[in-house]
Design a protein. Structure first.
Length: 231
């Protein structure tokens, strides 16, 4: 067993334990392996250990890896999880399967217009800002329903849900409380009749609190690939 394979097993065990503690079915939580800053070979190794979904923050780096792993393209699912500028939407629409950080209609419109016809609709999540002030990216919770309706109407996008990146909180309960704010907005969208199924919450340090709050997709980097040099 390689180090990455071993780490993946440990992360899967953490997800299972968190699901057991929350009385949830472990298949209701997907693992997104965040491979930013790590080479294509690390992704290949994780894939060999059974991992299929990968997240990248930086568009150019992500596209370079997608191209380096073209032989696996049909078997991998690539998620763009970083902030997205207008001038990068075309390359994202052409290469990725998912985008998690939508916080403006203009970006969503460009992605829809630029999504190539031969590819399925791009799956997207809106980023909700659950701790206003601390973290500037994301949409305020009260603005999410209107943006969600507008994005759901775009022809070449499939709105799948919400993502949030709350600031680290001092303990499990405080972290869970922040995640629950995102879960409440998610429930609001479902009540409004939107067919959303993805709540992208939780990272290496706080995935247990995210699962306790209803996360359906945890985005884990460090616990799988190891530490990154601090930018
Ligand atoms: C880097 C990153 C992650 C993974 O964080 P770790 O703490 O390494 O697990 C998850 N989500 C986003 C948006 C990130 O930028």
């Amino acid at each position: 067993m390689t180090m990455i394979g071993d780490n993946l097993q440990q992360v899967r065990a953490r997800i299972q334990a968190a699901c057991a503690a929350a009385g949830r079915d472990p298949v209701s939580v997907r693992l997104l392996a965040v491979s930013k800053t790590f080479p294509a070979d690390a992704v290949r190794e994780a894939h060999a250990a059974g991992q299929t979904a990968f997240g990248e923050n930086y568009v150019q780096e992500g596209v370079a890896k997608i191209e380096a792993l073209a032989d696996l393209r049909e078997r991998l699912e690539w998620h763009c999880i970083g902030p997205l500028q207008s001038n990068k939407t075309r390359v994202v629409a052409e290469h990725f399967d998912w985008v998690h950080g939508i916080d403006r209609l203009k970006i969503a419109q460009r992605l829809s217009e630029q999504r190539p016809a031969h590819l399925p609709p791009l799956r997207v999540c809106l980023q909700v800002n659950v701790d206003a002030g601390a973290n500037k990216s994301g949409v305020a919770p009260e603005e999410v329903p209107a943006l969600a309706q507008a994005v759901a109407a775009l022809p070449r996008l499939a709105l799948r849900g919400l993502m949030a990146i709350p600031e680290p909180a001092p303990d499990f309960e405080a972290q869970r409380a922040l995640f629950l704010r995102a879960a409440a907005v998610f429930e609001q969208l479902r009540s409004a009749g939107l067919a959303v199924d993805t709540l992208s919450l939780g990272m290496s340090a706080d995935l247990e609190a995210a699962v306790a709050a209803g996360s359906t997709m945890v985005r884990v980097g460090t616990a799988i690939f190891g530490g990154r040099p601090r930018a």
